[in-house]
Design a protein around this ligand. Sequence first.
Ligand code: COA
Length: 253
Amino acid sequence: MNSVFQPAFLHNKHAFVTGGSSGICLAVAQQFAAFGAAVSILGRSPEKIERALPSLGPAAHGYPADVRSFDAVASALKAAHDASGEIDILICGAAGNFPASALGMSANGFKAVIDIDVLGTFNTCRAAYEYLPKPGAAIINISAAQAFRAMAYQSHVCAAKAGVDMLTRTLAIEWGPAGIRVNSVTPGAVDGTEGVRRLAPDEESRKAWMAKTALGRFASTGDIAALCLFLASPAASYITGAILVCDGGLSLA
Ligand code: COA
């Protein structure tokens, strides 16, 4: 049987990953690089990008930019296109999070997360459109269980990720006829990430999160990267507008 997951099945493909200098999206970038893709990563911190690049192979490039700025993202995408060609796979993973009650955050705190997650995802997709192969491109937006499970201290993230998912579904309708697939991936609590360090900073809160998760463990970044690999592969060629949950059952409880 022919598997699409041959070594180097992404050879000659270019993956552009926002938030790709750390956490979930660094693992996603590493997974794509391991299967032969040229990888471009975008993040706010040049230092984090420099630290990440050696793990992404010789064809990797890094672009420091804030996804809240359309012009900054557009410049980065143009540079990535000039360096590595059409963007076959676009991962929108840049996100912000901090635990705070609605009364414990300012309007600007709420706006920071909405702007990074929702506007940042729009900016990236909108600016990338001209560089995507049509047909053939795959866009994957990184969402979160907060999109459909209300959580205290997460009003900004719940609102933002629900917005990201609706953007996914809308772009899937608008861009499907051009042959672009757009899907969301929904991680739950992923170990070793900035998000989990903030949401579960001590052993007691880690145990509480695991107790809420049917599979009784945190995800690894590799769990999420594997799902992104599948979504970018020909095996997923008829999947668009889907919200694919990879949360160990967290959102069921
Ligand atoms: N509680 C309440 N408000 C907070 C906060 C907290 N823990 N952390 C930040 N804010 C508020 C700030 O006070 C500020 O509002 P103000 O101007 O009214 O004081 C606003 O958020 C913006 O803060 P700023 O420091 O300028 O951050 P930023 O614009 O660079 O945004 C954040 C970045 C806020 C999302 C920051 O938390 C971050 O970078 N997090 C790391 C990324 C991350 O968490 N990734 C994991 C995603 S799951």
